[in-house]
Design a binder for this molecule. Structure first.
Ligand SMILES: NC(=O)c1ccc[n+]([C@@H]2O[C@H](COP(=O)([O-])OP(=O)(O)OC[C@H]3O[C@@H](n4cnc5c(N)ncnc54)[C@H](OP(=O)(O)O)[C@@H]3O)[C@@H](O)[C@H]2O)c1
Length: 166
């Protein structure tokens, strides 16, 4: 059985983007994302795929969710439902749901693990948000705080949660 993980970065009000782009540039968070996802499957929505500057992410099985015909995409697997994406990735040890909001919404109830970077700022002009998280359902297993510095305009904290099981 694969582990289904969500990986996201959110501001203090759960904002994740603006005008189809990210709200910040935090190189160490990008490094964490790369380290966590490399060698695994990444499942993303069509809009997130289109926002990637260099297209498919290297050294990962890229799966794009869309209702558009698969011929419109190169270098990625295309699925038209979350169920199809999960079946396509069933041999993977860990499947990362990498956004955006629509995909996070479908994944939040089925995910086993949540890698959440909290960016300690409120972006008033954000236009897209991570769905509300019920933290009663999640147990924090790691936390790693980082101050702002010359390369990171905002302080941020890496949190890792596992879904609580009965
Ligand atoms: N901060 C973060 O961690 C983070 C991570 C990723 C993305 N983002 C941001 O999030 C924003 C994009 O999020 P979004 O919600 O607008 O778009 P999205 O989730 O990336 O893409 C939405 C599209 O994906 C397809 N889709 C999603 N779920 C589907 C399903 N179950 N079955 C079939 N198709 C499905 C549909 O494509 P069709 O319309 O083609 O049918 C839908 O219009 C951007 O601003 C991006 O920068 C932030």
């Amino acid at each position: 059985m694969s582990i289904i993980s969500i990986i996201t970065a959110v501001d203090e009000k759960n904002a994740i983007g603006k005008k189809q782009q990210l709200l910040w540039n935090l190189p160490y968070d990008m490094q964490r994302f790369k380290g966590a996802t490399t060698g695994h499957a990444v499942v993303m929505g069509r809009r997130t795929f289109e926002s990637l500057p260099k297209g498919a992410l290297p050294k990962r099985k890229n799966v794009v969710l869309t209702t558009l015909p698969p011929e419109s995409f190169v270098d990625v697997f295309v699925c038209n439902s979350m169920q199809d994406a999960l079946e396509l990735c069933e041999k993977e040890d860990e499947i990362f749901m990498i956004g955006g909001a629509m995909v996070y919404k479908s994944a939040l109830d089925i995910a086993d693990k949540l890698y959440l970077t909290r960016v300690h700022h409120v972006f008033e002009d954000a236009d897209i948000f991570f769905p509300e998280i019920n933290f009663d359902q999640w147990e924090e297993i790691e936390r790693d705080a980082h101050p702002a510095d010359e390369k990171h305009a905002y302080s941020y904290t890496f949190h890792t949660y596992l879904r609580k099981r009965e």
